[in-house]
Design a protein around this ligand. Sequence first.
Ligand code: PMP
Length: 291
Amino acid sequence: MGRWVYLNGKLVEAENAKISVFDHGLLYGDGVFEGIRAYNKKIFKLDEHVDRLYNSAKIIMLDIPISKEEFKRAIIETCKANNIVNGYIRPIVTRGVGTLGLSPWNCSNPSVIVIADTIQLYPKEMYENGLEVVTVATRRNLPEAVNPMIKSLNYLNNILAKIEGKIAGVEEVIMLNQEGYVAECSGDNIFIIKGGKIFTPPIVVGALPGITQATVAEIAEKEGLPVIEKFFSRAEMYIADEVFLTGTAAEIVPVVKIDGRVIGDGKPGKITKVLIDKFNKYVVEHGTPIE
Ligand code: PMP
């Protein structure tokens, strides 16, 4: 069975899915992307991911040459061609082929790509025992520079943070903004729970508006636990009762140790466990069918 990639309006075999070395996506990281999950032959939060992709593109003045409806169709068709049941989908739009100069005006045709792959699951122990994380020295991008709201192909800020984590021997890291407030992780959003209240940093702290973050807020609200947006420091994180991370790939991950401080009793928290349980039910009940 072949693997198929959507490339500029056509499904092509994976080995032939190639773009030019003059594409500004490669030369300058000039482009945007998404990461989407499929659960049980349904695409999770497709509208939200496509909306965020178009928002990212709009902020960088990149005109996606197809409509949102066409993009959603392309995603569904790519999943169908690859018989995706549970998978991970990567839509990408680059500025396209241009000259060696920076100017995006020399690039006439954005490259539109959709990859649909199987999902590489994280170890079960990570969810059962919780994760240890550290705060890294690399600060999250200033919103006045490359705003973290943009899911751009320029992920070096996050990669530098990830490298620091690797050196420290952890899988995920916490990034602060320029003022020292907790922003998010290299590829996940963060929540803390204190006295039965759930907090997450507002997007203006300098973070990606997470779709899993919004889903968790929706689920928590239904449980009578509305999520409160609040700036918080490292110290507040250390004395939280529970901490967890959210992201499309990672879903909800309990955090049990931060910078050497044990969180709560060092085990995944009670509320976190309820949210994981509700989330796991939610994802199979919602989504756009792959058909
Ligand atoms: N922050 C960053 C920097 C990310 O790359 C991601 C993953 N896309 C997230 C947060 C989580 O967002 P989502 O829940 O939409 O996957």
